[in-house]
Every structure is written in structure tokens, then in C-alpha cells.
Design a protein. Structure first.
Length: 173
């Protein structure tokens, strides 16, 4: 379910500016100190998180990361809605997780209205390089999303999905 989201509120603009600054510091120097600064922004952060440089998010506090999550180079989280990622998830380079959508009607878009829908990624999920996870998507435990796929809805656990939109290829052992 999508909730109306107003990114133009002054407190959200200030929060985005702080979080963008922390992301820039991390990306310029992905040291343990700058990683810890990022981890403090997240709503929940498990043990042994690894994030490569090029990471970007908007708010941070809407992101929940399980244990042993690996986020590869140049990943982007547009987190107006909640993003939940389970234990042992692997995100390939250039993965985008988006929780914000806009009205289709040109007249409605003039009002700058946005809608936020949460994204949930299960445990032991592998998302291939350059995949896009759209608002409201959910990915079941053990699933694999092939490179450059676009996830538009719910994906079953322990299954391989590829394409745009991502379609089930087969069940996994």
C-alpha cells in the first residue's frame, strides 16, 4: 500500500542534506569511521555489514539491514518508504532500491505529490548487478534476481527471476 509522501517538508530536506553529506564522506573515503557514521543513520543495522563506495540513500532511518549484508559498488536506496533487507543478502554493483513513485497524471504531478511503498528483501537473497527494485516489491528468502532485472512485485522464495519485468525462470534447490 502506498502512502502519500511529501519530500519538500523542511525537516525532510534537512535530514536528506545531512544523510547526503554522510554518504559523500563515506564515498570519498570508505573507511571504518565513515562506515560507522553511515551505520548510525540506519533504522536497524546488523553485524558484519559491508558497503562498497558509491553508496547513496536519502534518509537512512527507514533502512533496516540484517547480519552479513553485502552492498556492492554504486548502489542507491531511495528510502522515502521503508527498505528491509534480511540476513546474508548480496547486492551486486549498481543495484537501485526505490520506494517512491509519482502520479501518472501530468496535472497531479504539478502538485509534487509522491507516494511511498515499502520494499522487503528476504534472507540469503542475491540481487544481480544493475537490477532495479521498484516501490512495493518483495523478494522471498533464497531468491536470486538476475543482472539488469526489474522487480515490480512479489517474488517467491528460492526461485530464480530474470528480465524486465523480472519473471520466474525456475525454482532453486
Amino acid at each position: 500500500m502506498a502512502n502519500e509522501f511529501n519530500s519538500l517538508q523542511s525537516e525532510l530536506i534537512e535530514q536528506r542534506n545531512r544523510v547526503h553529506h554522510a554518504c559523500r564522506l563515506f564515498n570519498q573515503s570508505p573507511s571504518k569511521g565513515n562506515l560507522k557514521r553511515l551505520q548510525k543513520l540506519f533504522g536497524l543495522c546488523g553485524e558484519q555489514l559491508f558497503i562498497e563506495s558509491g553508496f547513496h540513500c536519502d534518509y537512512g532511518d527507514r533502512i533496516s539491514l540484517g547480519n552479513r549484508v553485502y552492498i556492492n559498488l554504486n548502489c542507491t536506496f531511495i528510502d522515502g518508504g521503508n527498505i528491509t533487507i534480511g540476513d546474508d543478502a548480496l547486492l551486486g554493483p549498481g543495484v537501485q532500491i526505490l520506494t517512491i513513485n509519482h502520479p501518472l497524471s501530468p496535472a497531479e504531478r504539478l502538485n509534487k505529490t509522491s507516494y511511498a511503498s515499502d520494499v522487503v528483501i528476504g534472507n540469503n537473497v542475491w540481487i544481480g548487478a544493475a537490477s532495479v527494485i521498484l516501490p512495493g516489491a518483495s523478494i522471498g528468502d533464497g531468491a536470486v534476481v538476475g543482472a539488469a532485472s526489474v522487480v515490480t512485485g512479489s517474488l517467491e522464495a528460492n526461485s530464480l527471476y530474470i528480465g524486465n519485468p523480472a519473471r520466474k525462470v525456475r525454482a532453486l534447490d
